[in-house]
Design a protein around this ligand. Structure first.
Ligand SMILES: Cc1cc2nc3c(=O)[nH]c(=O)nc-3n(C[C@H](O)[C@H](O)[C@H](O)COP(=O)(O)O)c2cc1C
Length: 445
């Protein structure tokens, strides 16, 4: 067992509009029009801030989900929701300490736009912006950006690496004290502290400089999500924060170790990267209450939606011929995805689960780790992962919103605080300060 750590957990709250559960919108405790309801998100952010969460996170795709309409009409999760950066700009005005993190995929953006948007959010939130720099896992995005097919895994990561270099270079366009704004000398800025980028590479040609002053955090926080070797190498070079899906402590520890090695390989100090596995927590005052909540939610999943979710995550396999009360035959799934079907089945805890049992279990957390129980039971698991160095904290996905978040803030957070595992007050003003990460120096200063 590694030495007991004395630092505190870092916690993020992942806000899918109505919640992470695929039937969340059908639950009476969720906000039915959440995706385009600003007051809903503002209230969630304030609840998370009152509980001292490090950050809220909004995932994104620049496309609706592509699939069978008979299922999508009952599963609105990816069909209508705000552009996250526009939304976070509004939330910045309603909060003062909560970190504001959103996705912008490197495959479907230009680095100048991204550098400018996150620098702007960092200024208007006084240092609370974070960019989830993913390569995009959504094939439907390509058709909105002049391509029939998504880039290959390797091409996505090559473009992403250059993209990140350009964005960081643009954030250093101006030294921190470049803007003198001196009426006595009539000089607004010092030209010696302005640094155009003049980048020319395989994917981008960007002269710079950026038309926004250096962000308050120096560089907004860079989060990344994934698990492949390409991802680990990129994260070791650039990321401050990792979002990942891990099921058991052993695999979480293995990834944690690989990320630490990648950080070292790229010459960065140990601890430069905070790892936050996803956690789908359904918490109750008693174990029975938590289980009942979970079972009620699962009973709301329409069979068309259950089939669609499993089909999507099993390489679009056609499940229409599999009866609800029969198991999914392994041979209909492509060979390289059979491990995932096995995982889905094992996760139910049943010997040979039926299609219905499989989607009822999987639809709750969809690849994130599900924890259903009392605050004390869930906190035990979180502590085990934290002390076992499989995690520096967690990205918590409430199953339903707002009520799932309220349960987490009312029951689980006080339990973690009582154990001395989580803060009772913010340490700093910026997201970087609260995460305990240093402010990057300007490369030219
Ligand atoms: C917590 C979490 C959040 C993610 N958010 C997004 C997102 O907002 N947009 C997106 O296109 N992909 C998102 N992904 C997918 C990952 O970026 C990544 O493509 C996927 O996990 C496959 O990993 P790999 O690229 O290392 O193969 C997310 C993944 C995780 C675990």
């Amino acid at each position: 067992m590694p030495d007991r750590r004395n630092d505190k957990m870092k916690l993020g709250a992942f806000f899918h509009p109505t919640g992470n559960h695929i039937a969340a919108w059908l639950h009476s405790g969720s906000q039915i029009d959440a995706g385009t309801n600003f007051e809903h998100y503002a209230a969630l952010a304030q609840t998370a801030e009152a509980a001292k969460f490090d950050l809220m996170f909004l995932a994104d795709a620049v496309a609706t989900r592509n699939g069978r309409l008979n299922a999508l009409k009952r599963w609105p999760q990816y069909m209508a929701y705000f552009d996250p950066m526009v939304l976070l700009s509004g939330i910045a005005a309603r909060t003062s300490r909560l970190g504001l993190v959103a996705t912008a995929a490197t495959s479907y953006n230009e680095p100048y736009h991204v550098a400018r948007r996150y620098a702007s959010l960092d200024h208007l939130s006084h240092g609370r912006a974070g960019w989830n720099a993913v390569t995009s896992s959504n094939h439907s995005e390509s058709r909105n950006f002049g391509r029939e097919e998504h880039l290959s895994h390797r091409e996505k990561y090559e473009r992403a690496l250059e993209f990140l270099e350009v964005v960081k270079g643009l954030w250093d366009s101006w030294e921190d004290d470049a803007f003198r704004r001196d009426r006595t000398t009539a000089e607004y800025f010092d030209p010696a502290k302005l640094h155009p980028l003049n980048h020319k590479g395989a994917h981008f040609s960007v002269a710079g400089p950026l038309n926004v002053a250096r962000p308050p955090q120096g560089h907004p926080i860079i989060a990344q999500a994934g698990g492949s070797d390409d991802f680990i190498d990129m994260a070791g070079r650039h990321a401050d924060l990792i979002f990942t899906a891990q099921f058991d402590l052993e695999s979480a520890q293995a990834l944690y170790g690989k990320l630490a090695a990648a950080v070292k390989k790229h010459g960065r100090p140990a601890g430069s990267l905070k790892v936050m596995p996803g956690l789908n927590a359904i918490v109750g005052r008693t174990e029975k209450e938590a289980q009942e909540k979970h079972e009620h939610l699962s009973s709301l999943i329409h069979p068309d939606v259950g089939r669609e979710v499993l089909s999507n995550d099993l390489g679009n396999v056609d499940l229409s011929g599999v009866p609800l009360d029969a198991p999914i035959p392994e041979e209909i799934v492509e060979e390289q995805l059979r491990f995932w079907l096995r995982f889905m089945k094992e996760a139910t805890g049943k010997e040979n689960p039926t299609l219905r049992e499989t989607y009822r279990h999987y639809g709750s957390a969809r690849g994130q780790r599900p924890l259903v129980g009392t605050a004390s039971q869930i906190a035990d698991e979180m502590e085990r992962w934290f002390q076992g160095r499989g995690a520096d904290g967690f990205l918590i996905h409430p199953a339903t919103l707002p009520d799932g978040l309220e349960d987490i803030c009312g029951l689980l957070i006080p339990e973690l605080q009582n154990r001395g595992l989580f803060r009772t007050e913010y340490e700093g003003e910026t997201l970087r300060e609260n995460l305990g990460l240093p402010r990057p120096k300007n490369r030219y200063a």
